[in-house]
Design a binder for this molecule. Structure first.
Ligand code: ADP
Ligand code: CDP
Length: 260
């Protein structure tokens, strides 16, 4: 399912209520398994998955492509007024953006699914995600995507989902692992880079991101899942079990609510 969202729309208070749908919020540092573990858990539960980092990455990609200064909050906000963003919530992930026409190039929609994972984007994305006004705009967009998904449940993953985007979600998980473990896993995906280089990049990005939001310590009520000693399947099972527990709780609470 593909959602086209105009980030200019959808202030939090304008977002329709998500009824009968379960929201599972997952945060964590780079390489902790948010995308892969959360995606597999969502698939097994028949839920959608919203990868919020993809929007920050796509925004950085669009800013680099149009040549604006990523450190200039007003310029990045202006880009948000003009771009269109698409992301799939189910099936193979597809991320696409349409940026304004510039330098004689047309404003076609461009599939950026692979490009936004590139080292060149990863190294720049913190420059757009540091702007509070940009975060507010993207957060409103995330809430709208979830509210309009029409799915029985959505897993939404990022850095500030458990604390800012969906602090009232019935499931809130902080997924983590030791930096060396995370770097090892990430390095296996990036054959061109050594684990040492990946560890350095990962620590540098976490440090920049942590200036804006705390995704290393669980907020009150958030369940910590440390996957350092867990394999992939065990990590998925840990997350799936927590969500199934909340589903069962929600189902048992519903008849009471209806008769209240
Ligand atoms: N518990 C685990 N055991 C082994 N590999 C894992 C585990 N969790 C994640 N991975 C692998 O680590 C890599 C990074 O995970 P990813 O989901 O991209 O992290 P994030 O989205 O948090 O940056 C992926 O290749 C993923 O398959
Ligand atoms: N909710 C979020 C998600 C991502 N981000 C930013 O987006 C970048 C990319 O996020 P990501 O989740 O794709 O990164 P990985 O953890 O997958 O490497 C992060 O380094 C943050 O700068 C954020 O600020 N808030």
């Amino acid at each position: 399912m593909t959602e086209r969202v105009d980030p200019a729309l959808g202030a939090p208070e304008a977002v329709p209520a998500v009824t009968g749908s379960l929201l599972a919020a997952i945060d964590g540092p780079a390489g902790s398994g948010k995308s892969s573990v959360a995606r597999t858990a969502a698939e097994r539960l028949g839920f959608g998955i919203l990868d919020t980092g993809a929007a920050y990455r796509a925004l950085a990609w669009a800013a680099l492509r149009t040549g604006i200064d990523l450190d200039d909050a007003a310029a990045v906000e202006n880009l948000l007024d003009l771009w269109h963003y698409d992301i799939t919530l189910q099936g193979t992930q597809r991320v696409a953006v349409r940026v304004p026409a510039f330098d004689g190039l047309p404003s076609d929609e461009i599939d950026v699914t692979a490009e936004i994972r590139d080292h060149s984007v990863s190294g720049q994305v913190s420059r757009v995600s540091k702007h509070p006004a940009v975060r507010e705009r993207l957060n409103a967009m995330f809430r709208t995507i979830v509210a309009e998904s029409g799915l029985p449940g959505v897993v939404i993953e990022g850095r500030d989902i458990t604390t800012v985007v969906a602090p009232d979600a019935p499931v809130r998980i902080l997924l983590t692992a030791r930096p060396e473990v995370r770097a090892q896993r990430r390095a296996a995906e990036l054959p061109g880079l050594s684990p040492e280089q990946v560890l350095q990049d990962l620590i540098a990005r976490d440090a920049k991101d942590a200036l804006v939001v705390d995704f290393l310590n669980p907020a009150p009520g958030v369940t910590l899942v440390d996957t350092s000693e867990l394999d992939f399947e065990q990590s998925v099972a840990a997350v799936t079990d927590i969500i199934r527990g909340a589903q069962a709780h929600q189902a048992s609470a519903r008849p009471e609510e209806e008769t209240a």
